[in-house]
Design a protein around this ligand. Structure first.
Ligand code: COA
Length: 162
């Protein structure tokens, strides 16, 4: 039986830390669906379409990866996609409580979908999309922290705004 995992998140924008989780997840699952949450509660820098485009470009060599967007409950989306698992990356200890809460709530909502955690690579433990955007906003160098296409799009956004 082929196993599919959903890797959900805001991806505003995708970072090398996310890529690391996706690549390592592909060693465990036959297919990974990278699912961008349309979350009105978070003020995004990039539109869903822009985020999808950056994900597609950054993952174009990977045949077992699908890129999609969703709204509403993650477990409903997982059901709809017939996924076996939700894949999450765990960074510092500070992620634990939120992830634990979310995994338990998701399990309560749908016992068929398992949450699988991978420890984020050491290099990416303290990165996040927001911290990278903040550095770039003030002219900081984000080379090596995000894929080349993301680097370019982030620069374009901030240059256009200034
Ligand atoms: N490397 C680098 N950064 C990482 C990372 C990694 N491996 N993994 C996560 N991050 C960063 C992200 O960039 C993001 O940074 P930001 O907050 O600065 O944007 C931060 O960690 C949070 O990560 P993300 O995975 O994008 O979480 P989220 O809180 O935006 O989304 C969902 C989490 C989508 C899984 C969750 O909100 C969800 O499932 N929502 C749907 C509703 C639902 O079903 N809720 C649960 C039950 S009620």
């Amino acid at each position: 039986m082929k196993k599919t995992a959903i890797y959900p998140g805001s991806f505003d924008p995708l970072t090398n830390g996310h890529l690391d989780i996706i690549k390592r997840g592909l060693r465990l699952f036959d297919k990974i669906i990278v699912a961008i949450l349309h979350n009105p509660a978070k003020q995004a820098l990039f539109s869903i379409e822009e985020r999808m485009e950056m994900l597609e470009e950054s993952l174009k060599g990977y045949q077992n990866v699908e890129i999609d967007a969703f709204q509403g409950l993650l477990v409903d989306y997982a059901n709809q996609k017939k996924a076996d698992a939700i894949l999450r990356g765990m960074r510092a200890v500070s992620d634990f409580e939120y992830e634990f809460q979310m995994a338990l709530m998701n399990r309560r909502l749908n016992r068929e979908v398992q949450t699988v955690f991978l420890m984020t690579g050491l290099r990416w433990i303290f990165t996040s999309s927001s911290i990278i955007k903040e550095a770039a906003r003030f002219g900081g160098n984000i080379d090596g922290m995000v894929p080349a296409i993301v680097n370019q799009k982030v620069r374009e956004k901030f240059n256009n705004k200034s």
